[in-house]
Design a protein around this ligand. Structure first.
Ligand SMILES: [Zn+2]
Length: 268
């Protein structure tokens, strides 16, 4: 069941010179799904939240991300991809689940300022360098998950320079290495400059108030100053838009993952 709003937005996207997409909290993968996994619950009990084992959970998250099959998120991303394919787009995402990097969307046209699971960093960011996933540590966690290795055999991977723990390059570490996204962020700001006074369709999907200064507030400002821009805010609870955008600010009160699931690429 596609709604009228969806066809309207499809048409707007098709006609716009530029399409700016923001993905927020409601678009993020639900890590509670991990709790449905019996072995995961067992591991939680075994490690008992002890500080020395905290590093294991993100490795298990990485494992789940690598194993995932078709789910509501892959579906939503595929539909987003079909909707903006062939357009001059840029996607800014607060999601840390890396789903977007499994799509055919151009990686040069994506920025994920909260990081994810693609690179690792020193917890203290002593060298401002990002490193690759240590496959041997990852493999050891998998073996532990499969009960082929005991918990005491696991060793936390550490920074070669200072000995602090290695962490996935994402918000939540002691000192987040922004080096992971700054290059694409500058591509984004350059791209934005090119949209001034051009027709621009802005799609904001599930962006709440967690980091409003990254997407929500700036997107409103972009549309306010560009008379040829229109904003569609899709959110299940925080769909409201201030009156200053007039009819160039449109709200859709829906869960963005469900909503995009209705999109029929065949109609585009
Ligand atoms: Zn270090």
């Amino acid at each position: 069941m596609a709604d009228d709003r969806l066809s309207e937005i499809q048409a707007r996207v098709r006609d716009a010179d530029f399409v700016l997409v923001g993905l927020g909290e409601e678009f993020a993968y639900d890590w509670n799904a991990l709790l449905q996994d019996a072995r995961y619950r067992e591991i939680e009990e075994e490690t008992g939240g002890a500080q020395e084992y905290v590093w294991i959970t993100p490795f298990l998250q990485k494992m789940i991300l690598r194993q995932r099959r078709r789910d509501r998120w892959t579906c939503a991303y595929q539909n987003l991809e079909s909707m903006i394919a062939g357009k001059n787009y840029f996607v800014v995402s607060l999601c840390m689940d890396d789903y977007i990097y499994d799509t055919a969307l151009d990686r040069e046209k994506i920025v994920t300022p909260c990081g994810g699971f693609r690179k690792m960093q020193c917890d203290r960011n002593c060298s401002h360098m990002l490193t690759e996933l240590p496959e041997e540590s990852y493999e050891a966690v998998l073996q532990y998950y499969r009960k082929e290795l005991p918990l005491y055999a696991l060793r936390e991977p550490v920074c070669e320079k200072c000995g602090a723990g290695l962490r996935f390059n994402q918000l939540g570490v002691t000192r987040y290495a922004e080096e992971g996204y700054l290059e694409n962020w500058s591509k984004y700001t350059k791209w934005l400059q090119g949209t001034v006074n051009r027709s621009l369709c802005v799609l904001e999907l599930g962006v709440g108030m967690e980091y409003p200064t990254v997407i929500r507030f700036p997107f409103e400002k972009i549309v306010l100053y560009n008379q040829k821009a229109i904003l569609y805010r899709i959110h299940s609870a925080l769909w409201q838009i201030g009156g200053e955008l007039g009819d160039r600010g449109c709200s859709v009160r829906e869960d963005p993952i469900d909503w995009l699931g209705w999109y029929d690429a065949g109609q585009a």
